[in-house]
Design a protein around this ligand. Structure first.
Ligand SMILES: Nc1ncnc2c1ncn2[C@@H]1O[C@H](COP(=O)(O)OP(=O)(O)O)[C@@H](O)[C@H]1O
Ligand SMILES: [Mg+2]
Length: 291
């Protein structure tokens, strides 16, 4: 097993699910074996990969029942999800279902309640996956489910929308990471970096006051900020609803009028803009992995 990376941020709608899926898909396309774990009771990732929230077993069984075989809750994402793209690696999913809402209550009564996810993942064969990517819900940073995520992870990725609330969320994550390291719940926990998502227009973001403050804060703490940014673009919702990766090339029709007045129609396929943005992010992610 290479690395466990999670998206964590209190605020909803910052692009956690979209980013974890774009990273997972991008890694699988590049030949990596990926396990995606959905720990959000909203089940967005489980739905988007193909309605895995309807499966009998979920992360709930894995965390609540110590004797549950984790492999019984892991399902392969079908080839159709990648519709026609050549995928050298693979994605499996360990989905959420509606029981995930009950996890807080269930975990509170357990021994070593912060380490349930860590223990469960330690039962996986180390050769099964190159990356385990965890999506979490908009819960308080001290919530027991989020604590489980932070204790089990090697690194935390912070997809952040450029508005005040995400920024406030980021300011909460860092001290929590420090605390988890200092209390030796997970002495090796690191922040992978911040990815700006849903960036509107081409505005030079460093001119914005909130960003200036945040970037000063990040620099002080040594938090990496990705050079790649994800613009606010159409195309994500449709790919989630149709259970297809954002990297699937889309068909476009273009008409052109020649000098003599003849109109020609041409169909061509190309990557969507959102796929291009996430592709650049995955490349930057992997370049940093190599270092
Ligand atoms: N770059 C983007 N451009 C436009 N819409 C986006 C983008 N990223 C995410 N969205 C949409 O914003 C909403 C929230 O994104 P999501 O990834 O689900 O956030 P979170 O998991 O943090 O709640 C979703 O409806 C998603 O389709
Ligand atoms: Mg989400």
């Amino acid at each position: 097993m290479k690395k466990i990376i999670s998206a964590v941020l209190r605020k909803g709608g910052t692009g956690k699910t979209t980013t974890i899926m774009a990273l997972a898909d991008g890694l699988a396309i590049r030949g990596q074996k990926v396990l995606c774990i959905d720990l959000d009771s909203q089940m967005n990732m489980s739905m988007a990969y193909g309605n895995f929230h309807l499966k009998q077993n979920s992360i709930f069984n894995v965390l609540v029942d110590k004797n549950f075989n984790i492999y019984d809750a892991i399902y392969p994402v079908p080839q159709e999800y990648f519709s026609g793209l050549e995928v050298k690696g693979k994605i499996d999913i360990l989905p959420a279902n509606s029981f995930v809402d009950l996890l807080q209550k269930e975990l509170e009564q357990k021994m070593r309640k912060e380490e349930r996810l860590l223990l469960a993942l330690s039962k996986l064969d180390g050769n099964d996956y190159d990356y385990i990517l965890i999506d979490s819900g908009p819960l308080p940073i001290t919530d027991i489910v989020i604590t489980n995520v932070m204790v089990a992870s090697d690194e935390i990725l912070l997809p952040a929308r450029l508005e005040e609330f995400s920024y406030k969320g980021l300011e909460l994550v860092w001290p929590r990471v420090q605390m988890i390291v200092e209390e030796e719940l997970n002495p090796e926990l690191k922040l992978n970096g911040v990815l700006y998502t849903q960036v509107v227009g081409r505005r030079k973001i460093s001119n914005c006051e909130i960003i200036k403050n945040f970037e000063t804060y990040a620099k002080e703490k040594g938090i990496y900020i990705y050079n790649s940014q994800i613009r606010s673009l159409e195309g994500i919702v449709s790919s989630q609803i149709s259970h297809q990766t954002i990297y699937t090339p889309r068909k476009y029709n273009r008409t052109a009028t020649l000098k003599d007045g003849t109109i020609i129609k041409k169909a061509f396929t190309s990557q969507t803009e959102i796929a291009k943005d996430y592709d650049a992010f995955v490349n930057e992610f992997l370049e940093r992995e190599d270092k």
